[in-house]
Design a binder for this molecule. Structure first.
Ligand SMILES: [Fe+2]
Ligand SMILES: [Fe+2]
Length: 340
């Protein structure tokens, strides 16, 4: 009896323009515990299904109006899970085949034989149920995968965050740089009205942007004097190094591109790829601003922190050469509100 308990209040839509045939189909279906609703044309059936979708539709092929074939196609297009049975006259096997090709599950012939009707109805119901079970299972799995992904992501992020902290704590000057760049970048994202997904990618890229520095020896990274050409080359490798470290764990290409591109310059004079203008990924252009601002307003081994107004003047002067001018304008507006 389990099967019947799971049956919805109305299980079958019978679409048939001949009242006598409709009556036979409905009486028989009800007798076998398939509650029915009825329509006399394909158009009426669609209206009915919009209000009350049933798992099964039994339709005649020849009806006034657009007819059964149109109905089959329409149902397939709009409600792919609905089981369709087509009722055709014995002399039109070609049309029946066409309905099956259009997506009907089964067909049976007029004049109606009840055992034949019962057979296709039961079969279609079983198929519908099996499909629904599969869908439920699929949903459960999808939810479980999503839950696990969130968990893995959280673990990954906390691991990465402590890695970033480890890198920064090698030098008191840069402690908190990644976190501050992220905070500024997110404020910039909000000011620009970035969509949620992009905002998340920006936040992640901002936290991770200097992760490639993990491999740079302290004597180079924190050298107070001028760097040699070779030392400079090592420093300049950190965006690519960061991309390489994260490629196996970060799936988002946008995040990786932002990390690789955060030292590109709008005028093409940056590194590692010498990209220019809008050829530089948007997220990289965005990170460049808070990255520079934070570097300028915090003390470094080779110079003390600059006052905010001086840092902003430097950014302003770099709009159009170092930075994307439109984004620089937005950041300057925002940074003017930031505390000293
Ligand atoms: Fe960097
Ligand atoms: Fe940085």
């Amino acid at each position: 009896m389990l099967v019947q308990e799971q049956r919805p209040p109305i299980a079958v839509t019978v679409v048939e323009d001949e009242p006598a045939a409709q009556d036979v189909l409905v009486r028989a279906a009800r007798l076998w515990d398939y509650p029915c609703q009825t329509a006399s044309t394909a158009e009426q059936a669609v209206q009915l299904l919009e209000r009350n979708l049933t798992p099964i539709v039994v339709t005649d092929l020849r009806m006034p109006g657009r007819g059964g074939l149109w109905l089959v196609k329409e149902i397939r297009r709009r409600w792919p899970r609905v089981g369709i049975i087509v009722l055709t006259a014995g002399h039109e096997p070609e049309a029946a085949q066409e309905c099956l090709r259009a997506g009907a599950q089964h067909h049976f012939f007029k004049p109606i034989k009840l055992d034949e009707f019962r057979h296709v109805l039961e079969k279609t119901w079983r198929e519908y149920q099996r499909q629904r079970e599969q869908d439920d299972l699929h949903d459960t799995l999808r939810r479980a995968v999503r839950r696990q992904t969130r968990r893995v992501r959280r673990t990954f992020l906390s691991g990465i965050t402590s890695l970033v902290r480890t890198v920064e704590q090698r030098d008191p000057y840069t402690a908190g740089h990644a976190r501050r760049v992220r905070n500024y970048a997110l404020q910039l994202a909000d000011a620009l009205g970035l969509e949620r997904k992009q905002r998340g990618q920006l936040g992640l890229a901002a936290v991770l942007h200097d992760i490639g520095k993990v491999g740079i020896p302290d004597r180079i990274l924190y050298k107070p004097d001028r760097l040699t050409a070779e030392e400079d080359r090592v420093i300049r490798a950190h965006p690519e190094m960061g991309e390489r470290i994260l490629t196996p764990i970060v799936r988002s290409r946008a995040v990786l591109a932002a990390i690789r591109g955060h030292h590109e310059r709008f005028d093409g004079g940056g590194y590692p790829d010498g990209l220019s203008g809008e050829g530089i990924p948007l997220l990289a252009r965005l990170i460049a601003l808070p990255d520079c601002y934070d570097a300028l307003t915090t003390s470094r081994a080779y110079r003390p922190a600059l006052p905010k107004c001086e840092a902003l003047a430097i950014l302003e002067a770099g709009a159009g050469s170092h930075f994307d001018p439109a984004l620089a304008r937005a950041f300057l507006e925002l940074a003017a509100q930031l505390p000293e």
